[in-house]
Design a protein around this ligand. Structure first.
Ligand SMILES: O=C(O)C(=O)Cc1ccccc1
Length: 309
């Protein structure tokens, strides 16, 4: 198959990321290629070797997945085109014959550890945790004999010749992970009415209220934020950029004008895409923030200039 029909994902085979990717209708007609890390999956898109990559970006237990946020904030720009939400339940996978009392070392993705912490302290209080590149990679390491057990999707057991010692493991009942389909920058898909816009902002200088000024650009235009995270820029202690998801589409006047406001006050703004919300929730717009009201106001300004207001 050609690069145009190739999608990469955080592998190896059997990750939750793969399960999330397979929920997309177009996955059936694409060549799905597992990669060893989020940067590797995204770099394949940057180089043109793949059309898109599916990577985990946010977790309902711990917030943003830093490796993904940082990759999208820096380097050759990429854009988000879709999001997928997946409820996540872990199984403790072991080599056949391993019992609970044999488990001295456990592995999994760092985001998995947060979701099974209570279960681990109740059931494996003395086991030592070590992170793996992904949950399926943890399962692969158990197959190789490097650890006794891995937290992964039950569906990964067969791929790695393992068996579940426990299933349905989750500290929080409704834990979800959010994944994004990332491609090279192009025009976003048309708005659906239930959209999300992602962007990264850098502050001009360190002064009281700098973050408040940034947030005000959204607040005055009635744009609701769904996520905001500060990430270090790597340029020194105290140097941060802000990664946000806002309700709405860049073609919604309130969102476009908020982004323009930020462009005027921030030295750097990176637009990461406008795409349909997986939960299909539509924004509740407060009075004065609809497209029609923005257009009316612009028309009024035109008339005022002509002495006809
Ligand atoms: O896709 C996977 O299996 C991962 O390793 C990422 C991840 C981590 C925790 C929950 C869901 C996905």
């Amino acid at each position: 198959m050609s690069p145009a029909s190739r999608y990469t994902y955080l592998g190896p085979e059997g990750t939750f990321t793969e399960a999330a990717l397979r929920t997309l209708p177009e996955a059936a007609t694409r060549e799905l290629v597992p990669m060893v890390s989020v940067p590797a999956a995204l770099d394949a898109v940057r180089s043109g070797a793949a059309a898109a990559a599916l990577v985990p970006i946010e977790n309902s237990m711990e917030g943003g997945i830093n490796a993904t946020l940082d990759e999208l904030a820096t380097g050759v720009p990429l854009m988000i085109y879709r999001e997928v939400l997946l409820p996540v339940r872990f199984a403790l996978l072991v080599r056949p014959g391993t019992g609970m009392s044999d488990v001295k070392t456990v592995t999994g993705h760092p985001a998995a550890q947060v979701q099974v912490r209570n279960w681990m302290s109740a059931n494996l209080p003395d086991a030592v945790w070590e992170s793996a590149a992904s949950n399926a990679d943890g399962a692969r390491l158990v197959q190789e004999g490097r650890f006794e057990a891995a937290f992964a999707g039950e569906f990964a057991a067969a791929t790695y010749g393992l068996e579940p010692l426990a299933t349905e493991i989750h500290d929080a009942e409704h834990a979800q992970t959010r994944f994004v389909l990332v491609g090279r920058p192009a025009r976003p898909a048309a708005p659906t009415g239930a959209d999300k816009t992602s962007a990264v902002f850098w502050l001009a200088d360190d002064h009281p209220g700098a973050l408040l000024e940034l947030l005000q650009e959204f607040a005055v235009r009635g744009v609701n934020l769904l996520r905001i995270e500060s990430r270090p820029t790597g340029e020194g202690i105290g140097q941060y950029c802000f990664s946000i998801d806002a309700e709405g589409h860049i073609t919604d006047r309130r969102v476009g004008e908020a982004l323009m406001g930020l462009k005027r006050i921030c030295p750097q703004v990176r637009f990461l895409g406008s795409y349909p919300r997986a939960d299909e929730v539509r924004p509740k717009l407060r009075q004065g923030t609809t497209d029609a009201e923005f257009t009316d106001a612009a028309d009024w300004l035109g008339r005022a200039l002509d002495g006809r207001a």
